[in-house]
Design a binder for this molecule. Structure first.
Ligand code: ADP
Length: 547
């Protein structure tokens, strides 16, 4: 027997309509490529998204067409989130930090019909326009005054001109909630990037979770700074979640340096900030260099850190120096991205800071909707005892079923679980802790050593700016850990200091066999350490213990 409740589809357009009706005054504040800070409301975003939908209809865009963006976080990009998906087309957010060849590959693979881009990316688009075979037209996301006099880009239009004379009346169409809404490619650290195609349903369920108290707790009273880019897994779903609950959103545009981020936080009274560890390191450097007092200047109460492991020292610093609680979160493009959030339990109430940081260093507990387990190489499910570590497998309504155009073929196991490629432990309270990427785990004499644990331990040293650990070849043990360090400017640190510092902080047999110092470490387009490059760089490195 079926239930007798209304079967209204979960559509992205319903979110912005709701925001316009019930949170119309809540602000979207954007730092623009043109310079000034721009302010508007959800009501404005709804009206202009409708103008955009009318304009796209006029350009012949049909449901299911892919419309690409190469853009920073800002109100025009937000209008695309709702205008493009709302009309039934698919917003394809391209990561501008990818190599030009990758951008070209992605646009052709997605068969994008139009490309919208920010002024910053004019040079890249000029270079690639001819190679983007399916793109019929290009739209520069600016006003008439900022349009370049001449470019090599065919069919270039100005965003503001495009929507200016369009009606603000548009009835969002109703369709199946399983319809595709947006497309995002994984960075492709190995092989070609693969597309993850989100649906209206998956995006909405994910947003509801982000707004739940034990999710990210986004709500009407929050002012959220989206340092995480809108070209990276839909800024962790925040533009939808923000509209859903009416949070004030602050968009940093191209200004991701410490000074710009700090000023926005201060001026807009940001209460919740979301981003990857690298941007917070830049923020700390700015605070140090200018001897600022964030606790007094800012209204920050919570910081969501994900994308890579949040070092313990970073969580501690936010707490003591900023007065902000770090919510460690884990996820991936294939998971929309939210998988786990590290919130505390009633039993942690009496914990002191150091005990609490032990918990916060973990990636957290699965949010409702995400089923999660760890397995060994044979697929046997391992216990949630906080000790056994295995392949982290996930299943749920906002987790990928297959890649766009079936790249990579079947990606789920017999039980419908997706292999995240991460290696993790899960403790009896359900806290998951990533110990490695499966390809980065160091296999020493048949045992596994977590490179991330070692990196976090090394990062605790005050002279260390960044640390990476890779497995270096060893005759007897196959692989042994090699610690690679970037020192903070002007700091002294020797191999011996470091090894001594690690004593007692890690299991003895995990102690790196050598420590080397470099000026910088290679990063991917999303700010993650590029271990593959490092392994290449140190290929043939002879460990002093390998005699
Ligand atoms: P990419 O496109 O680089 O794969 P994703 O954001 O999809 O970008 O990357 C997902 C991966 O990032 C995860 O599988 C995991 O390895 C890593 N990751 C994400 N969040 C965390 C975290 N909090 N701690 C450790 N690793 C993380």
């Amino acid at each position: 027997m079926l239930g007798l409740m209304q079967n209204r589809p979960l559509l992205i357009s319903t979110v912005i309509e709701h925001a316009a009706n019930f949170h119309s005054a809540a602000e979207i504040v954007s730092r623009t490529c043109e310079g000034p800070i721009h302010r508007c409301s959800y009501g404005d975003i709804n009206r202009r998204s409708k103008q955009l939908a009318n304009a796209l209809t006029g350009l012949g865009v049909k449901p299911g067409d892919r419309i690409a963006s190469l853009a920073w976080n800002g109100y025009r990009h937000m209008e695309m989130y709702f205008g493009v998906s709302g009309m039934g087309a698919i917003l394809h957010t391209i990561n501008p930090r990818l190599f030009p060849e990758q951008i070209e590959y992605i646009a052709n693979h997605a068969e994008d019909k139009f490309l919208f881009f920010d002024l910053t990316f004019l040079p890249v688009v000029e270079k690639l326009a001819a190679a983007m075979k399916t793109v019929k037209g290009f739209v520069l996301m600016t006003d008439r005054a900022h349009m370049p006099a001449s470019t090599g880009i065919p069919n270039l239009q100005c965003y503001e001109d495009l929507i200016a004379n369009q009606s603000t009346e548009y009835v969002w169409p109703d369709f199946d909630e399983n319809t595709a809404s947006s497309l995002c490619y994984t960075s492709g650290t190995t092989g070609n990037p693969k597309g993850v195609l989100y649906s209206h349903r998956s995006s909405l369920l994910h947003s509801m979770l982000a707004c739940s108290v034990d999710g990210l707790g986004l709500g009407t009273n929050e002012t959220a700074l989206l340092v995480v880019p809108m070209f990276h897994v839909n800024a962790w779903g925040m533009p939808y979640a923000g509209a859903l609950c009416g949070a004030k959103l602050v968009m940093p545009g191209p200004g991701l340096d410490g000074k710009s981020v700090y000023e926005l936080m201060r001026d807009e009274k940001v209460t919740l900030a979301l981003g990857v560890p690298t941007v917070w390191l830049m923020l700390f450097q700015y605070v140090d260099a200018n001897k600022l007092e964030p606790k007094q200047d800012l209204s920050l109460t919570r910081v969501v850190i994900g994308g890579s492991s949040a070092p313990r020292a970073m969580c501690e610093r936010f707490e003591t120096n900023f007065g902000a609680f770090v919510m460690h979160a884990w996820g991936m493009t294939e998971m929309s991205p939210l998988g786990t959030v590290c919130n505390l339990l009633p039993k942690h109430k009496g914990y002191n800071l150091q005990q609490r940081l032990d918990i916060q260093a973990k990636q957290g507990r699965a949010v409702f909707g995400v089923e999660m387990r760890i397995t060994d190489d044979d697929g046997k499910v391992l216990p949630n005892d906080g000790k056994a570590f295995g392949h982290l497998m996930v299943r749920g309504p906002w987790i990928v079923a297959s890649y766009y155009r079936n790249e990579g073929g079947v990606i789920l196991d017999a039980d419908g679980y997706f292999d995240t490629g991460d290696v993790a432990t899960i403790d009896p309270d359900g806290y998951m802790q990533i110990t490695d990427r499966s390809k980065d785990v160091i296999k020493s004499g048949g045992e596994w050593i977590s490179s991330i644990d070692l990196e976090n331990a090394a990062m605790g040293h005050p002279a260390v700016a960044e640390a990476a650990v890779i497995g270096a070849a060893h005759t007897k043990w196959q692989e042994r850990p090699l610690l690679i360090i970037v020192k903070k400017q002007g700091q002294q640190l020797t191999r011996e200091d470091m090894l001594q510092y690690l004593e007692g902080k890690i299991v003895k047999w995990w102690t790196p066999d050598d420590v080397v110092f470099v000026d910088e470490l290679p990063h991917t387009a999303t700010g993650k350490l590029q271990k593959m490059k490092l392994r290449e760089q140190f290929k043939g490195y002879r460990l002093p213990t390998d005699v």
